[in-house]
Design a protein. Structure first.
Length: 78
């Protein structure tokens, strides 16, 4: 894995390593776990880039501003 790899390659590598680290154990609620692991830093970076402007962030993300607020509250980001 290199810094120039597409995001999909990084995710694939991370998920393969995650399953290796489980050593045969089966996870539960994997979708919820994955979304929480990815969405929080994703939102943090977007909010940094727009200097906290929720309207701009919602536009960039293609979501409603109220949806963004709900997500920020969920992750204690705003």
């Amino acid at each position: 894995m290199t810094k120039n790899d597409p995001l999909s390659v990084c995710i694939t590598h991370s998920m393969e390593q995650y399953f290796k680290d489980l050593n045969g154990e089966m996870p539960s609620n994997l979708h919820h776990f994955f979304i929480n692991e990815v969405e929080k830093p994703f939102l943090q970076v977007v909010m940094q880039e727009v200097k906290g402007n929720q309207t701009r962030a919602a536009d960039i993300l293609g979501i409603n501003r109220n949806t963004l607020r709900k997500k920020l509250k969920h992750y204690n980001l705003g």
